[in-house]
Design a protein around this ligand. Structure first.
Ligand code: DGL
Length: 308
């Protein structure tokens, strides 16, 4: 094996790091877990400091960089920012910190999915709705990305309407994914979005796919809801293919040969574990506690645990 092959072989054995402010990123983890059974994952939910969506951009960037340092020192072959808010305000900073480890962020993936989901005959008068946290909506990151992509592909710029839905985040963390209260809150937030009659609505916060029932009911029938997960799978696959970093030669491994998934939470792990088990439909033996403040500007790095 030459040096280059050996390096690919070593990298292939490492897990993929994924993070979010809480359980929202599990919507991305679940899709990756099903698409890549041989891969191992490290998931970090920063529940002790969530929600991110109502915090200043600088604060979210600081949190995202601490998690990045934590993941890098665990030893990961790739980082997926499974949080739109962190992608919006810290995507570049995380990429810079993690280099040469590749970073995938969900906003670019969500914008691509929205344009792909538009029926072809709508290339002239497409209307796209964006739902996100306050910080994501204020950053206008989706509007910019969609317009850039539309220009690149020669599409007429779509009409875009944004709506911040901050209460959706604690609703999801509480596990209220269905029911009268969730329907009422969705109706209240989406009143003006309903009148806009969007063709496609981007669930621009990774918590929101868990509320797709109430969200669909509050929008005109036939509105297509889209999230980033399928495009994240594509980007992960491209990186694994291009660099020869698949954990196993066969990607359709048996259940007994699955990679490991390890969970870290910055708060007590109980609520996180309960909701994660319910959503992922798996038993989680243990949620590790992590003190992310220790990873301020690379401090405390000597205390990192061993890679899984
Ligand atoms: N799930 C996150 C997102 O995609 C953040 C939610 C929050 O913490 O406010 O934006």
């Amino acid at each position: 094996m030459d040096q280059r092959d050996k390096r690919s072989h070593d990298m292939a054995k490492l897990p993929i790091g994924i993070f979010d402010s809480g359980i929202g990123g599990l919507t991305v983890l679940k899709t990756l877990y099903n698409a890549f059974p041989a891969e191992s994952f490290i998931y970090v939910g920063d529940l002790g400091r969530s929600p991110y969506g109502s915090k200043a951009a600088d604060t979210v960037q600081r949190y995202a960089l601490q998690i990045t340092d934590f993941l890098l020192h665990q030893g990961v072959k790739m980082i997926v920012i499974a949080c739109n808010t962190a992608s919006a305000v810290a995507g570049n900073a995380v990429r810079h910190r993690a280099h040469p480890i590749p970073v995938i962020e969900v906003v670019g993936c969500g914008a691509k999915m929205a344009l792909e989901m538009l029926p072809e005959e709508l290339s002239e008068d497409a209307r796209i709705g964006i739902l996100g946290t306050d910080t994501t909506v204020k950053s206008e990151v989706y509007v910019k990305r969609i317009n850039e992509l539309a220009l690149k592909t020669g599409l007429k710029l779509p009409d875009i309407q944004q709506q911040a839905c901050p209460l959706f985040v604690p609703l999801v963390e509480e596990g209220w994914w269905q029911g009268e209260l969730s329907d009422k809150i969705a109706e209240r937030y989406l009143h003006s979005m309903k009148s806009f009659e969007p063709h496609v609505v981007i669930l621009g916060c990774t918590h929101f796919p868990l509320l797709s029932g109430p969200i669909s009911r509050a929008l005109p029938e036939g509105t297509v809801l889209t999230d980033c997960a399928p495009a994240v799978v594509r980007e992960v696959r491209t990186i694994l293919d291009d660099r020869g970093w698949h954990a196993a030669e066969r990607t359709d491994v048996a259940e007994s040969n699955r990679g490991k998934t390890v969970f870290y939470c910055s708060d007590t792990g109980d609520t996180f574990r309960r909701q994660a088990e319910r959503f992922l439909d798996m038993t989680i033996e243990f949620v590790h506690h992590v003190d992310l403040e220790m990873y301020e500007d690379g401090e405390g790095l000597e205390c990192f645990p061993q890679p899984i």
